[in-house]
Ligand binder design. Structure first.
Ligand code: FAD
Length: 382
């Protein structure tokens, strides 16, 4: 079977948060778009499955904090267009001497994000379910985003603007003919299906290390790509203690000096809304690519998280009731990649913090793919 698209078309590969939002933004701008997905949108072995991710503003870098503010417009737009609530309000807390709440507060002050520095006693009075480790930074505008609902909302909006979604379609090769404006691409699956397009956006998450080597990508793009590390992260759900089960839970990031941050957030739909999801940032074992991931929960990580909640999160019972794995695809600086050359744009938007930017990353991917606007310097590699 051969499916031929018009030569003005865009092919987006990968239907996670990054690819679906890129497809939505491109279709919204009037482009003909085909979205190719190996399995199904929000693939359960990728990075965008499940219903809970943190949206917070606190970053040590001003630029990221400002980008979260910008991303919020996209969230509101997608919620309104799809008539779906994708964000649930949840104040965000940062604490622990490794997190430096005061420094983060200065950044938020600079960007104009509402925030408050609380003493440990004041924070514990408001949230007795959290054991404050020194001063606590509060961002009242934080939220929990539903990753899987967002993927489906973005697909639906892309389709409403005329995009087509092909599922069960693993891209095996991409062949280029011509260069510059004359470049044309033929995407092939292992079983001989073909899609033709004038431009391609590659948003395959943890499969990128494999896919990069298989595609005929421009040398200067490959040369500039930062090293990508895929890790298999373990997240654990702990049940709320009876007395805190109906309390409004914040999201929490805690860090001791010299350790990786531990984050916690109210678990979503997939964990029955009955407990807190807790994980350590970027602590999982490395795998060569998503294709080599085991899907097996790391027992040592579970033990570390149990020990953590015993000390820092007294509002939960330190006995896991659900566990899951999820893939991080990280760059050394944890900056995203949104860049392209010669008709191919790569979007690698994880590093464990890309979810909150999804609608904005879709916009930036569309900017990079069309040349409509310049993508921030820190996301460009070529
Ligand atoms: C445990 C965990 C916690 C996180 N917490 C947060 C958080 O609190 N806040 C936050 O902002 N962000 C968070 N993130 C990050 C956020 O979830 C990611 O930034 C986002 O999901 C990345 O999406 P993606 O589209 O790049 O990748 P994916 O969702 O993996 O999508 C890639 C898609 O490409 C498809 N694909 C692969 N190869 C091919 C091929 N050859 N042909 C066709 N399709 C292909 C896959 O099947 C998959 O569907 C977290 C991530 C994880 C794993």
């Amino acid at each position: 079977m051969v499916q031929t698209l018009r030569s003005s078309s865009f092919l987006v590969v990968g239907a996670g948060l990054a690819g679906t939002c890129a497809a939505w933004r491109l279709a919204q701008r009037g482009h003909e778009v085909t979205l190719l997905e190996r399995t199904r949108p929000a693939a359960p072995d990728g990075s965008s499955h499940g219903s809970a991710r943190i949206l917070r503003f606190a970053y040590p870098e001003r630029e990221y904090a400002a980008l979260v503010v910008r991303a919020l417009d996209g969230w509101r737009e997608l919620e309104a267009a799809s008539d779906t609530e994708l964000l649930t309000a949840a104040p965000a807390l940062d604490h622990g001497p490794g997190r430096d709440p005061r420094a983060l507060a200065r950044v938020l002050e600079d960007v104009g994000v509402e925030h408050e520095l609380l003493s440990a006693a004041a924070a514990e009075e408001r949230w007795p379910q959290v054991a404050a480790d020194g001063e606590v930074l509060l961002q009242p505008g934080g939220a929990v985003l539903d990753a899987e609902l967002t993927v489906h909302a973005a697909v639906a909006r892309a389709q409403a603007h005329g995009a087509q979604l092909l599922t069960g379609w693993p891209l095996a090769s991409l062949e280029r003919s011509g260069h510059g404006a004359a470049a044309r691409f033929t995407a092939r699956s292992q079983d001989g299906r073909e899609v033709r397009a004038a431009r391609v956006v590659v948003a395959v998450g943890g499969w990128l290390p494999d896919v990069l080597t298989r595609l005929d990508l421009p040398r200067r793009l490959l040369a500039g790509m930062p090293r990508l590390t895929v890790t298999e992260e373990t997240a654990v759900h702990f049940p709320y203690r009876e007395e805190h089960a109906h309390a409004p839970w914040p999201t929490v990031i805690h860090q001791r000096p010299g350790t990786l941050p531990v984050y916690a957030l109210p678990g979503g739909r997939d964990a029955g809304h009955r407990g807190l999801k807790v994980a350590q940032h970027a602590a999982g074992p490395r795998v060569a690519s998503a294709a080599r991931a085991s899907g097996v929960v790391d027992g040592a990580a579970v033990e570390r998280l149990v020990a953590h909640v015993r000390v820092h999160l007294p509002g939960v019972v330190p006995e896991p009731y659900a566990q899951t794995t999820c893939l991080y695809t990280s760059t050394p600086t944890e900056d995203f990649v949104v860049d392209g050359a010669d008709g191919v744009t790569v979007v690698s938007a994880c590093s464990g913090h890309g979810g909150k930017f999804a609608p904005l990353l879709g916009e930036l991917a569309a900017d990079a793919a069309t040349g409509d606007a310049v993508v921030p310097e820190r996301f460009r590699v070529s």
